[in-house]
Design a protein around this ligand. Structure first.
Ligand code: FES
Length: 110
């Protein structure tokens, strides 16, 4: 299985689009700190960090990540600040969020 490792895939310079604002917050994904922009979808921060696997299916443990990108399919759900089944493609980043790869149906934090 592919291992999640943070990289930086943000577009720094583009010939047409204006320069992107720099990352202004950090979030923690499976304990690893990654840079993000407050208000962008969690999934966007993960993808630009090179993270493609967001959860594993309940029965066979297959990896899943972004599919629809509009909050309909639930392939992107992760455990966020102890709450399972958060759709990361439509949930905005807040500073210091703790995001975890969800295994199966997830568990609530105790
Ligand atoms: S990718 Fe489909 S709900 Fe997030």
């Amino acid at each position: 299985m592919q291992e999640n490792k943070a990289k930086n895939h943000r577009v720094i310079k583009h010939p047409i689009l204006p320069a992107e604002a720099p990352c202004d917050v950090s979030i923690f994904v499976d304990g690893q700190e990654i840079p993000a922009k407050a208000g962008e979808p969690i999934a966007a921060a993960l993808l630009t960090a090179g993270i493609r696997i967001f959860r594993q299916t309940a029965k066979k443990g297959y990896p899943r990540g972004i599919f629809c990108g509009i909050g309909r399919c639930t392939d992107c759900v992760m455990t966020v600040d102890g709450q399972p089944n958060v759709r990361t493609c439509v949930t905005p980043v807040r500073a210091g969020m703790k995001v975890e790869t969800q295994i199966g149906l997830g568990r609530w934090a105790e």
